[in-house]
Design a protein around this ligand. Structure first.
Ligand code: ADP
Ligand code: MG
Length: 460
């Protein structure tokens, strides 16, 4: 068990891929002539011996990727191969476990597990034997006759696993399989799955796990692929070589979690190498970025988060925080990221820790908060600084939005430019750095400051 991770890495280095995607893309047609690109040209291989985790924020295209790799959905361009045969015509052997369990409510537990065998034409006796054995393996002995609605979430997902594994898939796919379960149940199921895998109780040769949970990926995976969005693309792809059983509190574990966290929260920065990884990740995201990507968070959201953190003694685990707020981690990340960008908090080992300026911000009245926000924004956010400088420099103290859009569009898509601008306007207005005339699409200096500058100019 100790060497499981290392062994599988060796195997994978010189083995042929089971599934190989070559430059696959996905776009969806829209009523207008435009189409939405969900996945940009991506190469990806699944090789024997590996648990691969595909990690990424929601909407980055993880499920879309899984559907293409399993042949459920055709790529709009590129090709997926199953043992080097185009997947569309190949006889593939994969199973998928879904977050939603996707059981047939009108069938018993046993019948649910038997269903895929029946679909494959396995005769009733063998079908029953294999299903009973699999139910035993996943700890559902005695529940054969129950119906899904009588089961807890954890038990439903055990049925999901049994149904997936009973066909002895060559690759087991899972799309957020633990996300709908409570923390303890999820943790139990994870370790049981790992045990089945490590003991080779299941003949499955590779596992492909889609998740947005960083720790889950680091706990289970031999290899982690991080997807970025708009459109979906691989940001980093690296091996995890921490020996099993993995200790969430060990240094190598927390370092890796931090590393991935940083990759996820900084979509505009090319990822650094993963820590202490001998083989090193292949960094493919090499776009050079001048402007920071402004996280789309509101100042009020940041204030709320900082106040909450202060309440909790100034520091808390980001996942716990998300849980407490019943936020999806994806919804919390932009707020955390924005507060981090402004220097109001720091990320340390998966914890959000409030800084001195963050503490002052959280403790202040609204006017003082605006002042602190203004200082932090000017210091840390290039775009806001540029807008403000331009307004001060121009004699009429107004500048068209276009001027800044032109600079941004070298770096962001048209749509993202507009979102960046929208966030800049929200932040700038809140901080009273500038105002924005939405009708004329122009930035303007707020009145009072305009007069002040005019007065200064007269004196000079
Ligand atoms: P994830 O699983 O990472 O949350 P998905 O693969 O479900 O992401 O979706 C990726 C993106 O594709 C999302 O922005 C989603 O809105 C879009 N998308 C998914 N299916 C369709 C569809 N049938 N038509 C248009 N857009 C879609
Ligand atoms: Mg999904």
């Amino acid at each position: 068990m100790q060497e499981a991770g290392i062994e599988s890495v060796k195997v994978s280095a010189n083995t042929e891929a089971i599934i190989r995607a070559e430059k696959i893309e996905k776009y969806y047609a829209q009523p207008s002539a435009n189409r939405i690109q969900v996945i940009s040209a991506t190469d990806l291989s699944i090789v024997p011996g590996e648990i691969v985790a595909l990690l990424g924020p929601s909407g980055s295209g993880k499920s879309t990727m899984l559907r293409m790799l399993t042949g459920l959905s055709r790529p709009s361009a590129g090709q997926v191969y199953w043992h080097e045969q185009p997947i569309a015509g190949a006889e593939i052997n994969v199973s998928i476990v879904f977050q939603s369990f996707a059981l047939f409510p009108w069938l018993t537990v046993l019948e649910n597990v038997e269903a895929p065998l029946q679909a494959r034409g396995v005769e009733p006796g063998a079908r029953r034997d294999r299903s009973m054995k699999m139910l035993d393996t996943v700890g559902l002995d005695g529940f054969e006759a129950a119906y899904p609605k009588e089961l807890s979430g954890g038990m439903k997902q055990r049925v999901g696993f049994a149904r997936a594994l009973v066909v002895e898939p060559e690759v087991l796919f899972m799309d957020e399989p633990f996300s709908a379960l409570d923390v303890l149940t999820a943790e139990n199921l994870r370790s049981e799955l790992l045990e089945l895998w490590a003991n080779k109780t299941m003949p499955t040769k590779a596992v492909f796990l889609v998740t947005h949970n960083i720790e889950e990926a680091v706990l289970l995976a031999d290899r982690i692929i991080v997807l970025g969005r708009n459109p979906g693309h691989i940001r980093t792809d690296f091996k995890v070589q921490i020996a099993h059983p993995r200790d969430r509190k060990s240094e190598s574990f927390t370092q890796l979690v931090d590393y991935i966290y940083k990759v996820l929260t900084k979509p505009d920065v090319a990822p650094a190498e993963a820590p202490e990884q001998q083989t090193g990740p292949k960094v493919r995201d090499q776009r050079q970025m001048r402007y920071q990507m402004l996280p789309h968070a509101r100042p009020g959201g940041m204030a709320g988060l900082l106040e909450l953190l202060l309440d909790k003694g100034g520091r808390d685990d980001i996942y716990r925080l998300a849980d407490d707020l019943t936020f999806e981690i994806d919804d919390l990340l932009p707020i955390v990221d924005a507060a981090q960008l402004l220097g109001f908090l720091k990320i340390e080992e998966g914890d959000a820790a409030i800084t001195e300026s963050g503490t002052e911000f959280a403790n202040s009245e609204i006017l003082r908060q605006k002042e602190l926000f203004r200082g932090a924004a000017l210091q840390n956010v290039l775009l806001l600084r540029q807008i403000r400088r331009a307004l001060e420099a121009k004699s009429d103290h107004t500048v068209p939005e276009e001027f800044f859009l032109d600079m941004l569009d070298e770096q962001f898509s048209e749509e993202e430019c507009l979102r960046q601008m929208e966030t800049a306007v929200t932040w700038g207005r809140y901080a009273e750095l500038f105002d924005f005339d939405a009708g004329r699409r122009r930035f303007i200096l707020p009145d009072a400051q305009e007069e002040e500058i005019a007065a200064n100019e007269e004196v000079q």
